[in-house]
Design a protein around this ligand. Sequence first.
Ligand code: BGC
Length: 338
Amino acid sequence: MSRTWWKWVIYAGSIAALIVSASFTIYCAWKVYAYHQPGEGAAAEAEKNAFHFVLVPEELDNDYWRLVEQGAKAAAKETGVYLEYAGPRQANIDEHIHILEKAAASKVDGIMTQGLTEKEFTPVINHIVEKNIPVVTIDTDAPTSKRTAYIGTDNYYAGFIAGRALEEDMHGKANVAIITGSFTASNQQLRVQGFKDAVKEEKGIHIVAVEESHITRVQAAEKAYNILKKHPEVNAFYGTSALDAIGIAKVVEQFHREKGTYIIGFDTLPETIRYLQKGTIHATVVQEPYEMGYRAVKMMVDIRKGNNVPSVINTETKVIRKQDLPLRPSRNYEVNHD
Ligand code: BGC
């Protein structure tokens, strides 16, 4: 074959390779372009759904609220929501309100928080809603506010079943001290009221003292200590917020009074479960904090999409005792639906 023929073969081959590689480059560039176009592809779909919600708890670093946060985060991940978790480091109503106002000023798409007190929370919730930002109350309702919905425990009922459990376990005879998270928070007031109503007919049950822990286990312990010093006749405690029974149990052990002292508390944090297993805490009222967070985010997405949501969703609550253990840790020791 002549040299000229070979030259032509090499020349034609190079042109073909050039055409193939240019087409490939154009195809890749088109793919990248199409991927970033709004309205096309999965990424754009996620972007379309990306609401910005804020969850404002009573206390940031509280194990109970961390469970609410976990649930909310799981739902946010599923729905492509950007979720912020912001609140006071330690329970403080002024700071709580200030954080709500800040969230509203930054024009988020929805706010989830408690309605701790009618006086302080109802006006701020109404103000947020008037700015077209929907509010879902969680854990504690503000029923007269303009919030769209409440998700959480029926706090009066929870207190009532705590009272009935104590009455049953103590066979209608007890000198009771109550340690409540707060005298002003409505969920705590309802838990105390429900309890009092449940035991009021029982002549053998006397409520000797009611003290406040400011939802800290340290103050719950301090108050339990003072009660046992001042009222040695106390043989039963009722703690109405997540850390109260833990503080009480510590003191009862210090006094070596585990045998003669009954404790009923709230929630199923790992420490509470350990005291329940050990027998220092006798019963606890189960709430569903993970579920509250999870469903609140899903509900807020529905609200933003214009779907109807029920105005009250009560998560489940019941009393558990040692014989009900183990609950499924995979469900954060929440209500066992089996
Ligand atoms: C209550 C919360 C509270 C928490 C404090 C829970 O039992 O439902 O409202 O913030 O206890 O530890």
